[in-house]
Design a protein around this ligand. Structure first.
Ligand SMILES: CC(C)(COP(=O)(O)OP(=O)(O)OC[C@H]1O[C@@H](n2cnc3c(N)ncnc32)[C@H](O)[C@@H]1OP(=O)(O)O)[C@@H](O)C(=O)NCCC(=O)NCCS
Length: 125
C-alpha cells in the first residue's frame, strides 16, 4: 500500500549562492559527511547538492510533515550504489517517524540539468 509520495524541484543557482555565502555552515547542517564527499568530488557539486536538497524536501512531502516537526534534513541521506542508483538512508527523527508510521520501503529517483534538480520519493507501507 502506498503511504505517500513527494516531489520537489530545486533551482541549482539558488543552492550555489547559499553554498557560496554559508559554505560549511550550510553544508554540515543539511548534508551528511557521505553526501558532502559524493557531491564535492563532482566538478559541478552544487547540482548534486541541489538534487539531494530536492530529495530531502520530497521526503518531507511524502511523509506529510514539514521541517521542525522532529525531522532534520541531515537525517535524510542519499546513498548512491555501485551503479549510481540512489537510495535513502534515514537516521534519528526521520528513522523514528518512518518506523512508527509502519513504512516498509522508500523508492527514490533523481534527475538534474544545469539549471534544475528534481527528486521523487515514494513510500510503501
Ligand atoms: C542511469 C542513467 C539512466 C541516468 O541518466 P542521466 O540522464 O544521466 O541522469 P540524470 O541527469 O537525469 O540524473 C542523474 C541521477 O540519476 C541517478 N542515477 C545514476 N545512476 C542510476 C541508476 N543506475 N539507476 C537509477 N538512478 C541512477 C543519480 O541519482 C544521479 O544523480 P546523482 O549523481 O546526483 O545522485 C544513465 O546514466 C544510464 O546509465 N543510462 C543507460 C542508458 C545508456 O547508457 N545510454 C547511453 C547511450 S544513449
Amino acid at each position: 500500500m502506498i503511504y505517500g509520495v513527494g516531489i520537489d524541484l530545486v533551482e541549482n543557482d539558488r543552492i550555489e549562492k547559499i553554498i557560496q555565502k554559508w559554505d560549511e555552515k550550510f553544508l554540515c547542517r543539511v548534508f551528511s559527511d557521505r553526501e558532502i564527499e559524493y557531491c564535492s568530488r563532482h566538478a559541478q557539486a552544487h547540482i548534486h547538492y541541489g538534487a539531494r536538497f530536492a530529495v530531502k524536501e520530497a521526503f518531507l512531502k511524502a511523509i506529510g510533515i514539514g521541517l521542525g516537526r522532529g525531522v532534520k534534513l541531515r537525517e535524510i541521506e542519499v546513498v548512491n550504489g555501485q551503479s549510481g542508483k540512489p537510495t535513502l538512508k534515514l537516521y534519528g527523527g526521520a528513522k523514528d517517524f518512518f518506523q512508527q508510521a509502519g513504512i516498509q520501503t522508500a523508492y527514490l529517483s533523481i534527475t538534474h540539468t544545469k539549471k534544475y534538480a528534481s527528486a521523487l520519493v515514494l513510500l510503501e507501507k
